[in-house]
Design a protein around this ligand. Structure first.
Ligand SMILES: Cc1cc2nc3c(=O)[nH]c(=O)nc-3n(C[C@H](O)[C@H](O)[C@H](O)COP(=O)(O)OP(=O)(O)OC[C@H]3O[C@@H](n4cnc5c(N)ncnc54)[C@H](O)[C@@H]3O)c2cc1C
Length: 477
């Protein structure tokens, strides 16, 4: 049974809006991946739900993150395919990128999904409350002076693009990913500060569209949280693609010049470019929202939770990017679903963070799940871990696509596969099987007996497991 009868109106989005001050089973602060997933699952479980959002339902992922960046990357991929078509015997003529057209395609993709999501929330009869909310009690969120009360509160306020101390983002020459997604032209040149997922993806997309790109990264390698072999492979591919990068080089300062910026980095180098994209990570949106004032335990702005995402106030939960860990949309979805089920008393299983799949959608793509080789050796001991690296040179479909890369398996000796790392065009699509292997604790021999479709890139996963199980087919032992 739903908790309370509600008087609802529709706002201009056609989404239901409460005009009563009802008490709800669940009040969610923030309508991004974590928040809306929680709302949908809670409504399915017959809980009464209100969701408070100050900007747009769908949050960062839909409007400023996953979807627009992947549209940009896809447009870049189309440009690369056309530019390199002669190697497949196809002529296309000169390739030009028209950002008006690219933005139209990107925005139409977002608009379609936004409409669909609004429809889902509406159909679920979730009360959608527009406005900026603040936690003012352990059962109360205040929105523009109005108090919304709930048996449970879910904090889902997401994250923002960080900068470095003394580095001022002006939205013009020094920009964040939000600004970058609104550019009406392809920059002729760009310095990208940060060689993590967001920096590497923009470098890839802009290069595909013709920009001169330099990534500046303080850590010794690009995509430093991935397996070392994946970083090396991407660096090799980026060199070939003409993407410059300076690793182990902390940023020092930026000066505005007549036609752009001049960026100084450790070691005395300066790099001139049209703009500087700051992609140094994302901080939690928690300041001034009443969380600490209500006594919620925090660490450097992140909200601390137990395995069920409860804060130290047991009826107050937190989900998504404000919870320490890898900031990915599907982690937010998983958090939201888990919280709704916990509130409904369903006893859901806690989430294994290492079992959340990760993809960087640069060209070539990098996909992984589980532990890197280094982490596995730290956990199990160096002699208790074995690895196998299957080169995509032996994979038919990868040859057809003319892509290079590998599938690397990290396994416990006489035990399960605990890490899968893949690099190559389209290899992100293989992370689905990889996550089953990790999360279902498969041994190499379990996967080796499964017959994989030929010719697919998926087959490379099968081949790697055959080899690790001691019976390589299209590979050397
Ligand atoms: C450029 C970029 C690319 C990305 N690409 C990917 C990708 O390919 N795959 C992937 O999995 N992840 C990707 N991410 C990460 C993903 O977007 C986030 O992990 C995800 O959006 C987090 O969901 P969330 O619900 O925690 O926060 P958010 O999506 O940020 O949602 C939080 C919501 O809360 C609202 N809010 C905040 N404060 C208040 C308040 N006081 N009152 C009311 N509402 C409030 C905000 O307006 C926002 O809508 C990307 C991120 C960026 C920036």
């Amino acid at each position: 049974m739903r908790g309370w009868p509600l008087t609802v109106n529709k706002n201009d989005m056609g989404v239901f809006v409460s005009d009563t001050n009802a008490g709800y089973d669940v009040v969610i602060l923030g309508g991004g991946s974590g928040g809306y997933a929680c709302a949908l699952r809670a409504a399915q479980l017959d809980l009464s739900v209100a969701i408070v959002e100050k900007d747009k339902l769908g949050g960062t992922c839909l409007h400023y993150g996953c979807i627009p960046t992947k549209a940009l990357l896809h447009a870049g991929e189309v440009a690369d395919t056309a530019r390199e078509s002669e190697q497949f015997g196809v002529s296309t003529g000169d390739v030009t990128v028209d950002m008006t057209g690219v933005n139209k395609y990107k925005d139409a993709t977002i608009a379609k999904m936004y409409k669909g999501l609004q429809g889902l929330i509406k159909a679920a009869k979730v009360d959608y409350i527009e406005g900026t909310g603040k936690l003012v009690g352990k059962n109360t969120v205040e929105v523009d002076g109005k108090q919304i009360t709930g048996r449970n509160i879910v904090l889902a306020t997401g994250s923002y693009s960080k900068s470095l101390p003394g580095l001022e983002v002006d939205g013009n020459k020094v920009i964040t990913s939000e600004h970058a997604l609104k550019l009406d032209h392809v920059p002729s040149s760009a310095v990208i500060l940060g060689g993590g997922i967001i920096g590497v993806e923009f470098a890839s997309a802009w290069r595909s569209m013709g920009a001169d790109v330099t990534i500046v990264e303080a850590l010794p390698r690009l995509l430093a949280s991935e397996d070392t072999d994946s970083s090396k492979q991407v660096e090799r591919a980026f060199r070939k693609r003409g993407i410059s990068f300076k690793t182990g080089k902390p940023f020092e300062s930026v000066k505005s010049t007549s036609d752009g910026v001049s960026v100084s980095i450790a070691g005395g180098d300066t790099i001139d470019a049209e703009l500087l994209l700051v992609a140094v990570g994302r901080g939690p949106v928690t300041e001034g929202l009443g969380y600490d004032a209500q006594g919620i335990e925090m660490d450097r702005g992140f909200v601390l939770t137990n395995d069920y995402l409860q804060t130290n106030l047991p009826n107050v939960y937190a989900v998504g990017d404000i919870v320490p860990g890898i900031q990915l949309a599907h982690r937010g979805f998983g958090h939201g679903v888990l919280v709704a089920e916990h509130i409904a008393g369903l006893n859901p299983a806690p989430i294994d963070e290492d079992g959340i799949p990760r993809v960087t959608y640069c060209e070539p793509q990098v996909a992984s799940v589980g532990l890197t080789e280094d982490k596995a050796k730290e956990k199990y001991g160096p002699d208790a871990v074995k690895t196998y690296n299957y080169n995509l040179a032996g994979n038919g479909k990868s040859n057809i696509l003319k892509t290079q890369g590998f599938v690397k398996l990290v396994s416990v000796v006489d035990g399960p596969v605990v890490g899968l790392h893949m690099v190559g065009s389209n290899m992100g699509e293989q992370v689905g099987e990889a996550q089953l292997i990790y999360n279902w604790e498969a041994f190499p021999s379990d996967v080796a007996q499964l017959i994989h479709m030929h010719p697919t890139q998926n087959e490379a996963l099968g081949e790697a497991h055959l080899a690790l199980a001691g019976k390589p087919l299209h590979a050397h032992a």
